[in-house]
Design a protein around this ligand. Sequence first.
Ligand code: ZN
Ligand code: ZN
Length: 470
Amino acid sequence: MLKRILIFAVLFLAGFLAAQWTASDQEQSPPQIIVQALDDGSPAKRDRNGYPMPFNSEPTIDKRIIVKDDSQPLKEYPHNYVPGTEPLDEDEIRITALGTGNPAIAKDQAAASFMVEVGNGEVFLFDAGGGSFGNWAAMKMPLWKASKIFLTHLHMDHIGDVDLHVDAGQGFGRLRPLEIWGPTGPTPELGVAAYVENLRKIFCWHDAVKRSIADRRGFDIKSHEFDPGLTGEVLVYDNKDVKIFAYPVPHGIFGPVGYRLEYRGLTFSYAGDCEASMNTVKASMEVDVLIHEAMNTPELLMDYMGLPEIMAKTILWTKHTPPEAAGKVFAMAKPRLAVTFHHFNREDTVEPMVNAVRTAWDGPLLISQDLTVINITPQQIVTRMALVEQRPLLTVDMDYMRRMHVGSQIDEPIYQLPRELDESVIRIDFIEDFKKTAKFMMGVKKVVDTVSIAMDKVKETFSPDHEEEE
Ligand SMILES: [Zn+2]
Ligand SMILES: [Zn+2]
């Protein structure tokens, strides 16, 4: 009997964990797109187009391919993306959902954050909502690469983990400023430059302690504030074949933007938080991937969170996008793959979400969940789930740290522990021995680093091909 119950439970779970895709085989124009869902026979729930339904945070076992051009052999991808195992082609982009939720984050759903890796080796973060840093760490990306963050706006659920990126960079060798792009606001104190300035103030105590133990190059934060205007788009980043444009979106007050990234003919648009807007449509026409918010029903907020109806509807319908309206944006912009985020993903929310988007959009649709991975090449778009370690260590690039002489630029402590507190520390012999020699060792290290930095400089002078470290 017990065995039978177990088998039933396993089958039941498998059904739920099986898949997360919905899609349509309807043709898009132009160019012609063929959508295939690969099915291994698992008991996945299907939507009315026959594609597997999304589910929760467990890695799914379905993979979807959208063929853009089958005149050449298509690149093969493993069923799941295992971080650190798939180098990108030069003509390729990989988007990873590090956070697909909203302020009410769950253990398996962080607040908004998407990581975009491009074939030239660059990495960009779009928003860094609370909880997303853990997913970022799981992607096995060297810490120094998390140095370019594009914020859509300054709501807490899009900036909550910026501080953890700042902190990790200090300890594990970013050794360059963290750069933050973002819009201005109705007044200077509502813009991204003021936000960064305020971050520095918030970090005052943290820095006062940490500056004497971590390399000073990781502490700097640079802001790139831009005026997004009220219509159209502005170019905010242009380097090594990557162009990033910002477009203004309606979300409460002036300031919030969406971003479109272009790289060698591949395109991705991320609208951030917004009401459905023609600005988004115009900036996202026929992009490869359009990520747009779609909120759950007012009933869900009323039932789950106890909000009065008027409040639930005001939040969802006057500051955000219901899925029916997201479907309209998709239908007008015609992305090759439409992706929703910023909604709860629960057993009972996915089907209504899909059905509501489907009232207007019949093309390829992905209800994103944390650790969804999307590869874009000139030939195809492939979406899968990442298979990650549950307790990953932060990924440190030892070569980079050695090359950059990490620890060679540490400030002298400004503040000391008060004598009484210092004396209260319980003495342990080996720690006492270490404390005595540490100061001397750091002094020696500084001399050695100074000499090797000078030698590196000489080498650079005689090496015309040398490219400066990013
Ligand atoms: Zn949000
Ligand atoms: Zn918001």
